[in-house]
Design a protein. Structure first.
Length: 499
């Protein structure tokens, strides 16, 4: 079944864009304190739904408006008869504006504000209202120490708007970040809730639009789109008169000595996702085994670039790289076909060869680096890629004028025109060999059936992640080939072959 998260918005914003939306809502007549009150009510609702019997909260507050939300939650909890420990990290008298009003309301409701110290004992559900979208730079003391102790407490944690310490733009932990069980986020979804470190920190995600005017929300610029049923392009249904020539001839090139399985996985994946014809160019010694496993794949042993060119000229789409190796064989094959004017998917060793600088990418390409490959392509460290994944994926798309898939939790797809899409699905059982080969074949098959590079890559990433999630119940040890029939089924569910 295609699990749906379509109650979450599709647009993803930067912290600055959400701040801007806040300001425009206020200018349009909703006072900031009213938005804060709505944020607190949304948080309190989510808290009672998840932990109805807790009866006790520790609310950790900082100094900005995120703290303001926390103070109002403390007021609601106390009025509901819960035991409340209201703990101010840093100087509580430094609050201004709406946050100061919220603090006054918490006190008026009967709360006592205690200064947080390293000896403070937390109790009940911990509400993290230390830092929100106003975080800038690495988390400073005493916040960092408070976050470390909170994480070590073993208590359930609700993060207000975003786990404190997580960068709303990049999803990177700025030194240290709260590890939440539940995050309640407001007004506009931040991209940083989904990528880099975020999947470990956010927990369950609840969104509340604080009754923002939909027209104002729709007019707010976004940095990315979340892949979802409503945002993904579908393959068109097939006419009843369809024949195989209409759905593309895809050629996979790869499978150096000892790596034959990778290319075969890509070919099998392409076949099972609807490519009209699938060929495989590989080392001659792999041909017999490939034919025995998958007779539908036209498998050719190639020893030279010329042999490959003869095959590639008949293909509509190329998938280059699975198990290609970086030796003379792989390099000569890749150089031979790189310039062909057909859509191409560059994966795995094709990307390492590309990073070497000798071979140039042609037009109409999709490249699929993981963070290490992206780092080599950009000439920076993997840590630098992960520190700002949106920036890295966009830099690659522009540098290579290609569609780029940056893999890893919270996968991102970018086009050179600036579009970015995020995949918030997937599962850690997918961290295994061969999963990328299956994905490359799937992207190729969607290209072969007529989708453009960006749409094909987004749909492929989403189907692949969904398939992984739906097989995750069986636990560790997912074989990449297990994914192929599930992807086939999900694709049919999402885009039926017949109208
Ligand atoms: N009208 C509004 O603006 C609304 C804001 N809302 C809340 O307000 C939050 C944003 O509020 P603010 O812009 O006041 O910012 P925050 O409350 O997120 O953070 C600002 C505070 O953090 C401190 N700070 C920044 N970087 C730090 C670092 N590296 N180490 C330690 N301290 C640091 C600042 O000195 C300041 O005291 C949102 O996340 C949301 O929770 C909601 O109440 C909805 C309405
Ligand atoms: K927070």
């Amino acid at each position: 079944m295609l699990a749906s998260r379509d109650d979450l918005p599709i647009s993803l914003h930067s912290a600055a864009q959400v701040r801007d939306l806040d300001a425009r809502l206020i200018a349009a007549g909703t006072p900031g304190f009213e938005l804060m009150r709505r944020a607190a009510h949304a948080t309190w609702r989510a808290l009672r739904r998840r932990w109805p019997e807790a009866g006790c909260v520790s609310v950790l507050v900082g100094k900005g408006n995120n703290a303001g939300d926390g103070y109002l939650v403390a007021a609601l909890a106390l009025r509901a008869g819960w035991r409340v420990k209201l703990l101010a990290v840093g100087a509580a008298d430094a609050l201004v504006g709406d946050a100061a009003l919220a603090k006054d309301e918490a006190v008026a409701a009967g709360n006592q504000i205690q200064p947080w110290t390293e000896c403070t004992v937390l109790e009940g559900v911990v509400v993290d209202a230390l830092l929100g979208t106003g975080l800038s730079g690495a988390v400073r003391e005493p916040y960092a120490q408070a976050i470390r102790l909170l994480n070590a407490s073993g208590l359930p944690v609700l993060a207000v708007d975003i786990p404190s310490g997580l960068c709303a733009d990049t999803g990177r932990m700025l030194g240290v970040a709260v590890r939440a069980d539940l995050t309640v986020s407001f007004i506009g979804l931040k991209l940083g809730l989904f990528t880099a470190d975020a999947p470990n920190q956010v927990g369950e995600l609840v969104f509340d639009d604080l009754q923002a005017d939909p027209a104002l929300v729709a007019a707010t610029p976004r940095v990315a789109e979340r892949m979802a049923v409503g945002s993904l392009q579908r393959l068109a249904p097939r006419p009843r008169t369809a024949h195989k020539g209409q759905f593309g001839h895809l050629l996979v090139v790869g499978g150096d000595r000892g790596l034959g399985g990778a290319a075969l996985l890509s070919a099998e994946s392409a076949l099972r996702s609807g490519a009209g014809l699938v060929s495989l160019a590989t080392r001659p010694e792999h041909v017999a085994a490939a034919l025995a496993r998958r007779p539908e794949v036209m498998c050719a042993g190639v020893s030279s670039a010329n042999q490959l060119l003869g095959l590639a000229e008949k293909a509509d789409v190329l998938v280059l790289g699975p198990g290609l190796g970086q030796g003379a064989w792989g390099r000569s094959l890749l150089s031979a076909v790189a310039g062909l004017a057909v859509p191409q998917v560059w994966d795995a060793d094709a990307l390492n060869l590309l990073a070497g600088g000798e071979i140039r990418l042609g037009g109409r390409c999709v490249i699929t680096p993981h963070p290490g490959e992206a780092a080599r392509l950009l000439g920076i460290s993997t840590a630098e890629v992960q520190a700002d994944r949106p920036r890295a994926v966009l830099a690659l798309a522009r540098r290579f004028d290609a569609v780029v898939l940056l893999k890893g939790a919270g996968s991102l797809v970018a086009a050179s025109d600036g579009r970015i899409a995020l995949c918030d699905r997937g599962h850690p059982v997918m961290a295994g060999a061969g999963l990328g080969d299956v994905l490359a074949g799937l992207i190729g098959a969607l290209l072969a059936q007529g989708m453009d590079g960006y749409a094909a890559t987004c749909l492929a990433v989403w189907l692949h992640a969904h398939a992984g999630e739906s097989l995750a119940r069986q636990g560790r040890g997912l074989a990449a080939s297990d994914l192929i029939p599930t992807i086939r089924q999900l694709l049919e569910e999402f885009a039926p072959c017949l109208k």
